[in-house]
Every structure is written in C-alpha cells, then in structure tokens.
Design a protein around this ligand. Structure first.
Ligand SMILES: Cc1ncc(C[n+]2csc(CCOP(=O)(O)OP(=O)(O)O)c2C)c(N)n1
Ligand SMILES: [Mg+2]
Length: 345
C-alpha cells in the first residue's frame, strides 16, 4: 500500500490567481521540465560529464516559490546539486545553464562548475552545492546581510528575502538544526524550503528520521512551519507569498515542507530500481504541469491552444540553448587559475 499524507487545504487570500500569473507559472514549469528532458538526452549523447541530477516532477516547488513569490534579480536563492531548474526560475538564461552543463566558458559559472555548481551573482543565485545541506548556512549568511544592511547600516531598500532549497535527506543534517536556530533567534528574512521527495538516493525518508513531518521541526525553534502539496503550484505559491510577506515585514523565517516526488532516478547514473511501481504511479498521476493546465482550462484562464503555444516557444528556447552551448568555446587552459579569487572589474 502506498501511504501518503493528507494535506491541509490552503485557506489563503493568495490562492486567487490571474491569467497572467497562471501563464507565468505554467511557462516556468514547462521550461524546467523541457530543459531537464533535454539534459537527459545530451548526457546520454556524451555531451556532459560527472553526475547530473534532474528535477522532473518537482517543478511546482521551484516555480511556486521563486517565479511565483520572489523578486527576480533582487531576492536570493540557494540550491543543491539538483540546481538547474532553480537557476532557470531565478532568471538565469537557459543558454547559460546549458553551456555550464557542457563545461563551456559561456556557462553561468564560466564552465568551471558543471551540473552541481550553477552560480549567478546577477540573478542572486548563491549556488548549487554538492554537499548535502551545504547551502543552508550560506543562505542564512545572505539573509543576515540583508537584515544587517537594513537595520544596522540604515539601508531602507535592503528588504531582500532569501529562499533556501534542500532535500528531506538534508533535514537530518546538523547544519539544518544549527541554522534554523540562528535564523529564528535573529528573525532572518529567509524561507527554508525542504523538498520532501520521500527519498535520499535509496534511503526512504520514513526510515531515516525521527518524525517524518519535517515542518513540525520548526516548532522546536519557535519558527513558523507549514506543509504544502508540492505538486500544486498554486498552493506552493500561496504559502510562499505568505512566508515572503512575513520575512519582509521583519517577522522572521518560515520552514516550508513541500511534499513532492522526483520522476526520474536520483541521478542519470541511477537505474531507479528501488522505488515501487505503485508508488511511482501514485505520484506520476499528480504531475504538477498537467494539474495546472487542467486548472487553467477549467477556470477559463487559458485555452489548450494558448498552452500549446507556450510549449512550442519553450521547446525553441531549449533547442537554442543547446545550439549556444555547442557553439561556445571551452575555457582557455591559460585561464586555469582565474576565478579562484574575486576580481576587481
Ligand atoms: C554531506 C554529504 N553526505 C553525503 C552525500 C552523498 N549524497 C548525495 S545526494 C544524497 C541524498 C540527499 O537526499 P535529499 O537531501 O533528500 O535530496 P534529493 O536527492 O532527494 O533531492 C546523499 C546522501 C553528500 N553529497 N554530501
Ligand atoms: Mg529527497
């Protein structure tokens, strides 16, 4: 039997969406999905190296939080090794993410990072991180500097919020607990977003943690904690908007547990034989893109034709990203030591 949690209904002023918002969320999720499918194709064709972890199935979390509730290029985002789609939602062009995956100098990390190390100062993407939980304290640092600039240095414009993404596996790591304590104590403007996809490689979440309800762990730090259907982008956006409003108002952090599922193996090297067919089918039936498309149709917010036009546009964007990555040059070996230290220009 697949036992899944029953989720509370989101009762919020934020669940009403406009056509424009709905289409933006749809486009962002389709970009994430199409990009990742193309990555799989390019990986198996030998265009990229090392481990590549895809985000298929989890799109509603990235889109609902980053594209739905944050200010692009102003607010901060920290990610994990499953970072391509967070980068795209934060506004890093698909061409630069693809070029990074190909190890090209035009990539967002200048071809030095690869799949797990997307970075963009311009888009305030603080990085993908290969170590589990590594990004959590880094995100707290970003949130601390916003608060410090606003409250100590008197910069009224420093009201940026940080979104910190990590997995269920990371929520058993010491850095999670230490950082939550500091963030609550100092009322930092941060959203801790745990993407509970039920698995940490081959370790089932329920077998690895004292209480599988991660959001409840917020209470130990006197912090707001909410769980949300991570396959429902409108619900994710609603809880994110509330948490962002709280953070900007100086009321401190929120722990958001988004219940979601990855539709592929842990990485492209994983044959994905551990998870049951029954469990996979339960979650495939909750595909967040199909769910939003059905909602937009039902509410007369968008026709099937309009959505198809978006699909086609995104397909082109991703094809162009591959062309850009293929045509770009590899980093010049003479620049091997460049970008290790910050440069003045
Ligand atoms: C500190 C550390 N320990 C172990 C690993 C090996 N490792 C890589 S991914 C992973 C599972 C993490 O699962 P989760 O946080 O749930 O994220 P998901 O892969 O499900 O997105 C582990 C244990 C690592 N990268 N870093
Ligand atoms: Mg996980």
């Amino acid at each position: 039997m697949v036992q899944e949690r029953t989720l509370p209904k989101i009762n919020s002023e934020y669940t009403q969406i406009t056509k424009e918002e709905g289409l933006r969320l749809y486009e962002d999720m389709v970009l994430g999905r199409t990009f990742e499918d193309k990555c799989a194709e390019m990986y198996y064709r030998g265009k990229m190296f090392g481990f590549v972890h895809l985000y298929n199935g989890q799109e509603a979390v990235s889109s609902g939080i980053i594209a739905g509730a944050m200010r692009r290029g102003e607010d901060y985002v920290s990610s994990t090794y499953r970072d391509h789609v967070h980068a795209l939602s934060a506004g890093v062009p698909a061409s630069e993410v693809m070029a990074e995956l190909f190890g090209k100098a035009t990539g967002c990390s200048k071809g030095r990072g690869g799949s797990m190390h997307m970075f963009s100062a311009e888009h305030r993407l603080l990085g993908g991180y290969a170590f589990v939980a590594e990004g959590i304290p880094v995100a707290a640092g970003a949130a601390f500097q916003s608060k410090y600039r606003r409250e100590v240095l008197g910069d009224r414009n420093a009201d940026q919020v940080t979104a910190c993404f990590f997995g269920d596996g990371a929520a058993n790591n010491g850095q999670f607990f230490e950082t939550l304590n500091m963030a609550a104590l100092w009322k930092l403007p941060i959203l801790f977003v745990v993407e509970n996809n039920k698995w940490a490689i081959g370790m089932a979440h329920d077998r690895a943690t004292s209480d599988p309800h991660i959001y409840k762990k917020a209470a130990a730090f006197n912090m707001a904690g909410v769980e949300v259907d991570g396959m429902d982008v409108i619900a994710v956006q609603a809880v994110a908007k509330e948490a962002v409003a709280r953070a900007r108002a100086g009321e401190g952090p929120t722990l958001i547990e988004a219940l979601t599922y990855r539709f592929r193996g842990h990485s492209l090297a994983d044959p994905d034989e551990l998870r049951s067919k029954e469990e996979k089918e339960f979650w495939f039936a909750r595909d967040p893109i199909k769910k939003l498309a059905a909602y937009l149709n039902e509410q007369n917010l968008a026709s099937a034709e309009e959505l198809k036009a978006i699909d086609r546009k995104i397909q082109e964007t991703v094809e162009d990203a591959v062309k850009f990555a293929e045509a770009s040059l590899e980093p010049n070996p003479s620049e091997l030591y460049r970008f290790i230290f910050a440069e003045d220009d």
